[in-house]
Design a protein around this ligand. Structure first.
Ligand code: CP
Length: 363
């Protein structure tokens, strides 16, 4: 029964207590991996990657193999029947009957939630366009737990492509739920944080300020989260080139930072952190990538061993008369999908991509 499956589409669907449970279990697995080698024996994970990945895909695969399970899937949709025009519904419906847990990455916001509607096993969001990346956030939480020893009371600088960086959106959503975290949003005007994420900061009364220069902010930070300018999300190459090298963390800038700064980056890196920074003991991004495997082991265990109450996929209503204003939203390409919105104050918030549509404009 679909209602019984524990999906992970958005971390906000679950309590912060559960996030901490995952982090603590991941820490325990890291200390004693030998205790977990057969916990998923006989189980199959399906990984459907419609978009390139190194860390997320391979850390999920390594996690399942280290738990004694097996793998099926594709990492290039052009070698699957997606190339023949198969829709998400049919692919997911079938593959989810072959596996016990399905991990999916897709370029369109909301696509993984769309897949979960028809899946016959739990579904994990491994990144949906520029929207969310909840397992990267769990990775980031574990890394902060391992390096800072806490998830609250931190001044966190987010630097780079705050508009398109799904890891940024997911992490801000999560860390704004923890007490006394403050955010410094370092970006150009063109790549500033979307309004709907700023609204979440306001709702949680999380303090934040915006800066355009990394040099002006770095000395204040406990954590610096660098991000890549997301070339694949730009409308033109020219727009990408205008943003590409604006933020580069180098050894000079590191001299201005605190001795206990933690530098994170979800990776892949392009030019935004120079190679010279890698040897600085404050550079934690390679450790962070390693944490990703352990946190995914913990996540797989908690989902397959059903130690959580499932969250409903939708809370709002179907409104086929409203079109989501986000052109990239999966509902605008997979037309058969039911249009779920949360309606409030004349606005419709899409339950796939979280964008707000003014109802008057769409009717
Ligand atoms: N951090 C991250 O999602 O990396 P990949 O794109 O390599 O999976």
């Amino acid at each position: 029964m679909r209602d019984e499956y524990i999906d992970l589409i958005d971390l906000s669907d679950y309590s912060t207590v559960w996030w901490e449970d995952i982090v603590v279990l991941a820490h325990e697995i890291m200390q004693h991996p030998e205790r977990y080698t057969q916990r998923c024996a006989g189980k199959i994970m399906a990984t459907l990657f419609y978009e390139p990945s190194t860390r997320t895909q391979m850390s999920f695969q390594a996690a399942m193999l280290r738990l004694g399970g097996s793998l099926i899937g594709f990492d290039n949709p052009s070698t699957s029947s997606v190339a023949k025009g198969e829709n998400i519904k049919d692919t997911t419906k079938i593959v989810s009957t072959y596996g016990d847990i399905l991990v999916m990455r897709h370029p369109s916001p909301g696509a993984v939630k769309a897949a979960a509607i028809s899946a016959e096993c739990p579904v994990i969001n491994a990144g949906d366009g520029g929207h969310l990346h909840p397992t990267q956030t769990l990775t980031d939480l574990l890394t902060l737990y391992e390096t800072k020893g806490k998830l609250s009371g931190l001044t966190i600088g987010m630097c780079g492509d705050l508009k398109n960086g799904r890891t940024v959106h997911s992490l801000i959503k999560a860390m704004s739920c923890m007490p006394d975290n403050r955010f410094v949003l370092i970006s150009t005007k063109e790549l500033e944080l979307p309004q709907y994420i700023k609204k979440i900061l306001d709702e949680h009364h999380a303090e934040y300020r915006e800066e355009e220069r990394l040099e002006d902010a770095i000395a204040d930070l406990d954590v610096l989260y660098m991000t890549r300018i997301q070339r694949e999300r730009f409308a033109s190459q020219q727009q990408y080139l205008e943003q590409k090298d604006v933020y580069v963390l180098d050894e000079e800038k590191m001299k201005k930072a605190r001795k206990d700064l933690v530098v994170l980056h979800p990776l892949p890196r392009v030019d935004e952190i120079t190679i010279g920074v890698d040897d600085d003991p404050r550079a934690m991004y390679f450790k962070q990538a390693n944490c990703g495997m352990y946190v995914r082991m913990a996540l797989i265990l908690l989902i397959l061993e059903k130690s959580l109450k499932p969250a409903p996929l939708f809370k709002g209503e179907v409104r086929s008369d409203i079109k989501c204003s986000n052109e990239k939203c999966i509902t605008n390409t997979e037309k058969y999908l039911p249009h779920y919105f949360v309606i409030k104050d004349g606005q419709a918030v899409c339950e796939y991509c979280d964008e707000t549509t003014e109802i008057e404009k769409t009717l």
